[in-house]
Design a protein around this ligand. Structure first.
Ligand code: ADP
Ligand code: MG
Length: 536
């Protein structure tokens, strides 16, 4: 197979003047429409940080993406919503998995501890909200192209705000700049699917705020965004905030709270068994004009975490107390601790590792794939099982107690076999994985009794593609790898298994593209860039 794009698209745009004109169009549109990030400290000194933004790294052209794979990933999203809602409801299942990894993973152990503490006193909020993103790459197997899941994100799934803008940027360029380029490939008719990520994610937040209902304490309700200090990807989050304000006609204000300031800016309502979470607007004195010296107080209906997914947000015991305060409060957490834990890569592995033939003999008729026990526990109808199963790549446990785990240990420590794999710990946010030939050496530094807290995943090998990336004002042209993310929003009742889902939507997509020499693809981490799909 040569290339599924037939070679002429996207063009390299070699003529200097054409290239400059296109780059100018991208820069100006991006700045005018908030397709931007804060500049890194190396570009702008600290005191200018608050008044400067720069265009987010982006491809000059929407990358070709196989339509069938795109549609399959979108179609399976509400099934994924349901799957992860059910996993979150099952603390017995999650507890067992936590036990398997917690020995080698203090962070997971501490998260679980927050859940146990709240469980002991009793949860006061049964509703849970997920703003999910399921990430995929296209796997090329001969002439066959399959959509395969890289990971499922249950916390701080980012770029929904910027990705809708990226789709609009490429649409705009297709109506203005591309037709003026001399390269015939640039003038091809493009099929650019609409992208509702901003609207969809904000609608999820609104569904939760509506379900929370009015304050019984007589406050205005609000949504709190928990964010990291020094966040550069702030406009991505602002797009969601502005859209939520638009959808609620201003009835539900949004407040951004740095994770480190949770205990200073929020409190649990005194003397109320319902443990409402109050947000105290800093006013520098008498904020509400009634002369009592107190600032305005709001009741948080929803707490949306864009922080708290990794150990660096928990430098001390107070940070864990802060997370505990959110978890035990009446605010609908997005995500709750259980939902965050459902996103462990170990969960993905347990869902994807096939039933061994000996233990599945009861349902071993030749037409039924060897679905895992875990998948069968949560999903019961054949079409949903088959739809999810098709998207799973091969993933192995790394424990010594199962045949699959022993096979993985052999693969991971063999200098040749390891070339086809990536080793992952239970972490989010990029930069944590070990690839190919580096795996045996890395494992040699980890005590063997902790290997079980990792998973070993077969590398997905996408078809060759090229594109041009504009990053920090400079162009990089060459081979690229694309990763599709499909957003899902889901609001459910933790306490009842049947009919528990109040809202479930496939909520738009993200395409992230990286140079094919880079293993990691995070945009925020500086490796990847924003892109959109041109369906082929
Ligand atoms: P994180 O939680 O840090 O985002 P991921 O599982 O998404 O971890 O891995 C980070 C990046 O590594 C992905 O965006 C992708 O570019 C690459 N990657 C991860 N798993 C695979 C895989 N099985 N095949 C190819 N690339 C992968
Ligand atoms: Mg990822």
């Amino acid at each position: 197979m040569t290339s599924f794009t037939e070679g002429s698209y996207p063009p390299a745009v070699k003529a200097e003047l054409e290239r400059q004109r296109l780059v100018q169009a991208v820069k100006d549109w991006s700045l005018a429409h908030g397709l931007v990030v804060r500049p890194p400290a190396t570009v702008a000194p600290d005191d200018l940080d608050e008044i400067l933004s720069m265009n987010a790294p982006v491809t000059l052209f929407p990358s070709p993406f196989p339509r069938r794979c795109f549609e399959e990933a979108k179609a399976v999203q509400t099934t994924y919503n349901e799957l992860y809602a059910r996993i979150s409801q099952d603390d017995g299942f999650l507890g067992k998995i936590v036990q398997e990894v917690a020995g080698g993973d203090e962070f997971i152990a501490q998260l679980w501890d927050v859940h146990l503490r709240v469980k002991q006193e009793g949860y006061v909020q049964n509703l849970a909200l997920g703003l999910f993103r399921s990430d995929y790459m296209v796997h090329q197997d001969g002439d066959d192209l399959q959509i395969k899941q890289v990971e499922f994100n249950t916390i701080a799934s980012s770029f929904g705000g910027l990705s809708a803008q990226t789709s609009l940027l490429h649409k705009h360029l297709s109506q203005t700049s591309y037709p003026l380029l001399r390269d015939a490939g640039a003038r091809a008719a493009l099929d650019l699917p609409p992208n509702e990520s901003t609207r969809g994610l904000a609608a999820g937040l609104k569904a939760a705020a509506d379900a929370y209902g009015p304050s019984e304490l007589g406050h205005r309700t609000c949504v709190v965004f928990l964010v990291q200090g020094g966040e550069r990807n702030v406009f991505d989050q602002r797009h969601l905030e502005y859209e939520l304000v638009r959808q609620t006609a201003g009835a539900v204000p949004v407040f951004r709270v740095p994770f480190a300031e949770i205990l200073a800016r929020t409190s649990i309502a005194a003397g109320s068994a319902k443990r409402q979470l109050l947000y105290h607007l800093p006013s520098g004195g008498d904020g509400d004009g009634d002369g009592d010296g107190e600032g305005l107080v709001f009741e948080a209906a929803v707490v949306y975490l864009r922080a708290g997914y990794g150990p660096s947000d928990y430098p001390d015991a107070a940070a864990w107390e802060a997370r505990f305060q959110i978890e035990r409060s009446a605010a609908i957490a997005c995500p709750s601790v259980l939902t965050q834990l459902a996103g462990m890569k170990k969960v993905q592995q347990v869902l994807a590792t096939p039933e061994t033939s000996s233990s599945s003999s009861a349902n071993n008729n030749s037409n039924t794939p060897p679905y895992s026990t875990a998948l069968r526990r949560f999903i019961h109808d054949d079409a949903s099982l088959a739809g999810l199963w098709r998207t799973f790549a091969n993933i192995f446990p790394m424990d010594a107690s199962t045949a699959a785990g022993r096979e993985a240990r052999r693969l991971a420590t063999d200098a040749t076999a390891c070339q086809g794999y990536v080793l992952k710990p239970q972490r989010e946010g990029g930069g944590n994985n070990t690839y190919r030939g580096a795996i045996p050496g890395y494992l040699a530094t980890v005590p063997e009794e902790h290997w079980g807290s990792y998973i070993l995943m077969e590398l997905i090998t996408p078809p060759p593609l090229s594109n041009t990336i504009l990053r920090g004002g400079k162009l990089e042209q060459g081979g690229v790898i694309c990763e599709l993310g499909v957003y899902g929003t889901c609001l459910w009742d933790q306490s009842s298994m049947a009919g528990a889902i109040l809202h479930s939507e496939e909520s738009g997509y993200l395409l992230r593209t990286k140079g094919d020499q880079s293993e990691e693809g995070g945009v925020a981490a500086g490796f990847g860039c924003m892109d959109s799909c041109s369906l082929v």
